[in-house]
Design a binder for this molecule. Structure first.
Ligand SMILES: NC(=O)c1ccc[n+]([C@@H]2O[C@H](COP(=O)([O-])OP(=O)(O)OC[C@H]3O[C@@H](n4cnc5c(N)ncnc54)[C@H](O)[C@@H]3O)[C@@H](O)[C@H]2O)c1
Length: 407
């Protein structure tokens, strides 16, 4: 039997959740977080080594790290882990600026360790099945797609998840959390966005889920992407009402989409009657199973998708073959949100999404540190909302005080 991969986790929220489930093939040996009290509990409960300092954590004897620290801080953490000879699985987003994108790609290229971008939504059963069918030519060539990740919550739930006015969930612009919506379409069709036009549904002061939270960004974002190969994609994500995730792929011979009502795991395939072979049905609706590991995957999180990111990481480490969602695809999925924010602030003008596989293009972006991160404040940095800079209101502050002190 192959030896287990000794893994350390950074971040005791999502990270620990993943680390504890990484059973087959992995052994959780260390956990790192700056939250000392939380870390003490984790250490007692799991009996693993704990660290508050990332550099000390990287000295731990282990093979790999799962990065689930702050959304906007993954690239520098990944670069340090690769330099310490660890395999890296990085949560979303891969990078927070174009300069980080270049630095991350170059660090992965200089290393012999695995880097996997843990975008999990493409691995949901209906997305894997759409990819299989797309590759089999069932709907012809890709022409138009939609990816949606809509996730509203009451203000108190938002506040409990994002403690502190400077928590990333309170200020990342609405376009940035785009990998769950645009990622599946890219994965299914093998295309990448070349240009984006970004739009936002502005911060809604009449929506208590926004007005009573600590958010200073917009309610939701739509990104229109012009893809390699000429297709157009609409990505929608954010806190609108209507919780769900949805993917729709139009080819020039048919359509595939997952369910929008009832069992949303179902897949619908539509071919026009005149193009449907005799004896077959124009419309097929079914609930696909996973192509492999169906039982293990069904028990995992996010509709089974988390099983596949962990499994892909293990396979890449064991075989030495790069994972499918590698650094290039991870960066592509992530920088869509950054470039779309530039577009939003330029009245939705088109903005290039550079293909940083091209070394010549990297030169142009290697010093691009454009970011709304309050900790990177300097002249020329953008606001978090299309409405400009503002502070949470009195009701939001009162609720935040209550939720954060209860927690
Ligand atoms: N793929 C998915 O389905 C999915 C789901 C949830 C979250 N995520 C991603 O996982 C990441 C974490 O999400 P979360 O909800 O757990 O966020 P979170 O903000 O609750 O947790 C981040 C953790 O990192 C810790 N941290 C921050 N700076 C640190 C440092 N310098 N050293 C060590 N630890 C540090 C924080 O104390 C916190 O415990 C985010 O990037 C998010 O986008 C992905």
């Amino acid at each position: 039997m192959a030896p287990r991969v000794r893994v350390g986790v950074v971040g005791i929220g999502r990270g620990l959740w993943l680390g504890e489930r990484a059973a087959a093939g992995f052994e959780l040996v260390a956990v790192c977080d700056t939250d000392e009290a939380g870390l003490r509990d984790v250490g007692r409960r799991l009996g693993v080594a704990t660290y508050t300092e990332y550099s000390r954590f990287l000295e731990h004897d282990m093979d790999a790290v799962l990065l689930a620290n702050n959304f906007h801080e993954h690239a520098p953490f990944a670069i340090k882990a690769l330099a310490a000879d660890k395999h890296v699985m990085s949560e979303t987003a891969a990078c927070h600026t174009l300069a980080e994108a270049v630095a991350l790609i170059e660090a992965v290229e200089a290393s012999d360790r695995v880097y996997l971008f843990a975008e999990n939504y493409p691995y949901m059963a209906f997305n894997q099945e759409m990819r299989r069918r797309y590759r089999a030519g069932d709907i012809g060539e890709f022409r138009y797609g939609e990816g949606e990740y809509v996730h509203p919550d009451p203000a108190a739930v938002k506040l409990a998840r994002s403690r502190g006015y400077d928590h990333w969930r309170n200020w990342i612009p609405a376009t940035y959390y785009c990998t769950h919506s645009v990622g599946p379409v890219m994965f299914i069709t093998g295309t990448r966005p070349e240009k984006v036009n970004g739009f936002v549904i502005p911060f809604d002061a009449n929506d208590p889920t926004m007005a009573h939270s600590a958010k200073i960004q917009d309610t939701a974002a739509t990104i229109i992407c012009r893809m390699s190969g000429g297709a157009v994609v609409k990505s929608l994500h954010g806190g609108l009402r209507g919780h769900g995730n949805y993917v729709r792929i139009h080819g020039n011979r048919g359509l595939m989409e997952n369910g929008r009502h009832g069992d949303k795991q179902r897949l619908r395939i539509w071919r026009e009657p005149w193009e449907t072979p005799v004896g077959e049905s124009s419309e097929i609706v079914y609930r696909p199973t996973f192509p492999h590991y169906h039982e293990e995957a069904t028990a995992a999180g996010h509709g089974g998708a988390d099983f596949f990111t962990l499994r892909a990481f293990l396979d890449a480490i064991r075989t030495g073959e790069p994972p499918e969602i590698d650094v290039y695809l991870g960066v592509d999925m992530s920088i869509v949100g950054i470039q779309a924010w530039r577009s939003v602030l330029a009245d939705s003008a088109p903005v290039e999404v550079p293909d940083l596989r091209d070394r010549a293009l990297r030169v142009r972006y290697a010093d691009d540190h454009w970011s709304p991160d309050p900790a990177r404040s300097m002249p020329g940095q953008p606001p978090s909302s299309v409405l400009g800079r503002f502070e949470p209101g009195a009701e939001a502050r009162a609720l935040a005080d209550k939720v954060w002190s209860d927690a």
